[in-house]
Design a protein around this ligand. Structure first.
Ligand code: PNW
Length: 505
């Protein structure tokens, strides 16, 4: 009798334990892309020039293989095939971005390019036909060149330009799009684009541009959010948030110094953008802003290089997100004294002045900066959950790169995705309010400065072919099974390699 009760209990516990390792049925599984990286059609049907068109055309040598996004995966013509791939994978959602200069060729809202609007309407309709939820990013790095000519994010009128653009997007697509992301990765826009040379417009205004851009970006986001809130929410009933890149920055040792260094690094990498929106007090992160003010003074600047938010601006920007979108790829270990690299003076990283250590035993992808770190999604999300009082999260990007010749047998990508999704399950179990996960990327695409030399796709794309043929990698079959079963089975092997479309999608 006792034995039966005991074994009954055991069975129960196992079932429960197994049950806990399942993704909720309403969890949104998807994949992500961005306009410039996939669309092509760079000047099709009235599209205006953007900063990536401009940079790759005028300075092709800055891209590793001198390539550009003129054609990319030609989604402008192949969008039905893209949706077919979403159906093959059984995705619940798809995250893509709108090219600002495709619908407003000059950036300003006086002239709307209707063929551009029609393209996105067709793309969205095709998704909705198969119950795939569109998640739309308004800005994934492709600023209309005409606005860059006026200073881009450095111009104090930028928030108004962005509000006008956002309003048009809500008007045109908001009846059917219910998930809006204002900006993709402020760090990459502001630090890489304005504070260094690692992304367009390569301004290299080190130590000045990054903070100026950060402030205007946050105000632009807040305006776009309030526009949705005041003019559209009542009738459209959707959500508006922002996506920030949050790689985990933990201390190298438990020492107080290293812990403080890691906090400063987090403030420099994503606190600059998250704190004004998600913290209860608003404005830039306190410790970093004190450091920048002090250093600016020592360097002879009459005022801080970091333009603080006024009380009114803090109030205006606080609480302006229905969800926190997280792009997560990797982790770094932070030291107060060791592993410091040289940085220009002044610059964001000279201001932060910490060392970065990456254990060589963490598996390396084809991208210099991307290694597989242990349980880093769990670490990042539980940290943010606690810090910002349990907001709703979406993981809006997570993925792994291989070299162009690596073929379709992408065991390392599979290992990465399984580990990442187990880390997601750990975060869910810890009570993190995470509603969805988007793999980066649905297909190979133009990887910015790396051109076509780094591949992130679940689908391989043959960029040499006229049709830009898409072929599923092994990881696509593994991801499909995870989405279908809502579990991560470490032993699953796809029985064959033909893709099929299941009922209901
Ligand atoms: C993201 N890092 O960029 C972008 O949103 C995508 O457009 C891009 O293709 C993808 O990740 C892969 O690179 C990142 O250094 C660039 O940690 C750099 C980092 C993170 C994300």
């Amino acid at each position: 009798m006792k034995a039966t009760i005991l074994s009954g209990l055991l069975v129960c516990c196992c079932v429960l334990a197994k049950h806990e390792r399942k993704f909720p049925s309403d969890f949104l599984f998807g994949a992500a892309t961005a306009s410039y990286q996939i669309e092509g059609g760079w000047n099709a049907d009235g599209k205006g020039e953007n900063i990536w068109d401009h940079m790759t055309h005028t300075r092709p040598e800055v891209i590793i293989d001198k390539s550009n996004g003129d054609e990319a995966a030609d989604t402008y013509h192949n969008y039905k095939r893209d949706v077919e791939m979403m159906r093959e994978l059984g995705l619940d959602a798809y995250r893509f971005s709108i090219s600002w200069s495709r619908i407003l060729p000059n950036g300003l809202a006086n002239y709307i390019n209707e063929p551009g609007v029609e393209f996105y309407k067709r793309y969205i309709s095709e998704m909705l036909k198969y119950n795939i939820t569109p998640m739309v990013t308004l800005y994934h790095w492709d600023l209309p060149q005409k606005l860059q000519d006026l200073g881009g994010f450095a111009n104090p009128l930028f928030p108004e330009w962005f509000e006008d653009y956002a309003r048009i997007a809500y008007e045109k697509f908001g009846d059917r799009v219910k998930h809006w992301i204002t900006f993709n990765e402020p760090r990459e826009i502001c630090y890489e684009g304005y504070g260094s040379t690692t992304k367009a417009p390569m301004l290299n205004a080190t130590g000045v541009g990054v903070y100026l851009c950060a402030k205007h970006l946050v105000l632009a986001h807040a305006r776009a959010y309030k526009t949705y809130d005041n003019e559209f929410r009542a009738t459209q009933n959707g959500l508006c948030g922002i996506t920030i890149s949050v790689n985990w920055m933990g201390p190298l040792t438990d020492s107080e110094e290293d812990q403080f260094a890691a906090e400063i690094k987090r403030q420099a990498e994503w606190g600059l953008y998250a704190e004004p929106i998600f913290s209860q007090w608003g404005g830039f992160p306190k410790e970093l802003s004190e450091i920048v003010a002090k250093k600016s003074k020592e360097q002879g600047y009459p005022r801080s290089r970091m333009p603080e938010f006024t009380e009114e601006e803090k109030q205006f920007s606080r609480g302006t997100a229905d969800f926190f979108g997280v792009n997560h790829y990797t982790a770094n270990l932070i030291s107060a004294n060791d592993y410091k690299a040289w940085n220009p003076v002044p610059s964001l990283y000279n201001d932060a002045d910490v060392g970065v250590y990456i254990p060589p035993e963490w598996p390396q992808s084809a991208s210099r900066w991307l290694r597989q770190a242990p349980n880093s999604i769990y670490k990042a999300l539980t940290h943010l959950h606690k810090k910002y009082n349990g907001p709703v999260f979406y993981i809006t990007e997570n993925g792994w790169s291989t070299t162009p010749d690596a073929g379709l047998e992408d065991e390392d990508r599979i290992r990465y995705y399984r580990a990442a999704l187990n880390s997601v399950l750990d975060a869910l179990k810890a009570g993190v309010n995470l509603k969805g996960y988007m793999a980066w990327s649905l297909m190979d695409n133009f990887e910015w400065m790396e051109g076509y030399a780094e591949r992130f796709g679940l689908y391989h794309v043959d960029f040499e072919s006229v049709e830009k043929t898409r072929t599923p990698r092994k990881s696509a079959f593994i991801y499909k099974e995870i989405v279908r079963s809502r579990t991560v089975n470490p032993d699953y092997e796809p029985p064959n390699r033909t893709m099929w479309i299941e009922e209901g999608h």
